[in-house]
Design a protein around this ligand. Structure first.
Ligand code: PMP
Length: 361
């Protein structure tokens, strides 16, 4: 579609075009109702079925075991920085963290309102350019849980393995890497992810939680964040963001039609390999992250003449490659290449980068 750009935003991010086209086609008359899905009661038979189907598709795509609940909550992933300690810990508890970037740092700061936080590793002195090797840290056996960030969106740092925490529940902020490759859900106590990168529009946070961790919320927990109450109410204790939920369902179907997480993983690896391969082969561009810790989803890069950063971003946008500025806290550039970004988009970026280097290098 010539109207569409390749959008490299970190989130809200590019969505699959067939999903947008379907939402457009159904907007005025959803499901023969004579209304858009936004105008239908969340308690209606039709919407309840739509919500249940979205969950069922996600369960299939991620192969979520039966002893896990899937919750569709509000308050974003940031909300769960508080929601997790409120649901999984008691006052005075200790919680382990792996500090590998800006989002785990924010998670620690928020959790510190509720628990004693211990950062088992702190990658900040190295400017968040790697994840700790498996087995290089000692999990506190008394910790209520261990929280980590499998993919750090800002610095583009991703774990290539799942930490082994023994009996300590493992909590993962999967916001920027959910659905990007196959994973074994049974290794986790809680998975949470904001929707606006790989799943749909902003406004929802998907929480996947093991049954035995439900029902321990502190009494101060707001009811819409209490996993037990929300699980009992099928995430409809109050009015959910209905349009977002519907769109998530369409994206899950799209992922399934693409061949599921195995196919997504292959595509995403090919995209990341192409971009990192080009950057590593160039003297003009660089990526600071240790190769074994590089993200498949967020690729930050620097140019040899940082005074040209703004020119790069502006000329790229003119060429239909948008939102390539790095996070405001780090500068440089960042290409977020989530599931909806096709390989052609990454190739178009590489071609642009070559040409930019030729004229400015
Ligand atoms: N965790 C990670 C890894 C993120 O990338 C983000 C958003 N960029 C958040 C948490 C916060 O998510 P939200 O804005 O949905 O609260």
């Amino acid at each position: 579609n010539p109207m569409r750009v390749y959008n490299f935003s970190a989130g809200p991010a590019m969505l699959p075009e067939p999903v947008l086209a379907q939402a457009q086609a159904e907007l005025l008359d959803w499901n023969g109702s004579g209304m858009s899905v936004m105008e239908v009661s969340h308690r209606s038979k039709e919407f309840v079925a739509c919500a249940a189907e979205a969950e069922a598709t996600l369960r299939e795509v991620m192969e979520i075991p039966d002893n896990y609940k899937v919750l569709f909550l509000q308050g974003g992933a940031f909300g769960q920085f508080a929601g997790v300690p409120m649901n999984l810990s008691a006052e005075g508890d200790e919680v382990d963290f792996l500090l590998t970037g800006d989002w785990s740092a924010k998670g620690i700061k928020e959790a510190a309102k509720y628990v004693t936080t211990n950062a088992l590793v702190d990658e900040k002195p190295g400017n968040y350019t790697k994840v700790p090797p498996a087995g290089s840290y000692q999990v506190n056996p008394n910790a209520a849980y261990l929280h980590y960030t499998p993919n750090e969106t800002i610095r583009g740092v991703e774990f290539g393995y799942v930490p082994d925490t023994g009996d300590v529940p493992l909590v993962a902020d999967l916001s920027s890497t959910i659905l990007s490759r196959p994973m074994d859900v049974s290794k986790f106590g809680v998975i949470f992810a904001g929707a606006q990168k790989n799943m749909g529009p902003s406004g929802m946070c998907v929480v996947i939680v093991r049954d035995d961790l439900i029902g321990r919320a502190r009494t101060i927990t707001p009811s819409p964040w209490d996993y037990a109450q929300m699980a009992a109410a099928d995430s409809m204790l109050n009015t959910p963001p209905t349009f977002g939920w519907y769109l998530l369902g369409l994206v899950y179907k799209w992922v399934q039609a693409q061949g599921g997480l195995t196919a997504m993983g292959e595509r995403n690896k090919a995209k990341a390999d192409a971009l990192y391969g080009f950057i590593d082969g160039s003297d003009f561009y660089s990526n600071p992250v240790q190769p074994d810790s590089r993200s498949w989803m967020n690729v930050p890069f620097l140019i040899a003449k940082p005074e040209l950063d703004k020119t790069f971003v502006a000329q790229a946008a003119d060429a239909g490659l948008t939102n390539l500025a790095g996070h405001r806290s780090v500068g440089g550039m960042r290409a977020s290449i989530y599931n909806a970004m096709p390989l052609e988009g990454v190739q178009a970026l590489i071609d642009f980068m070559k040409e930019f280097e030729r004229t400015n290098g």
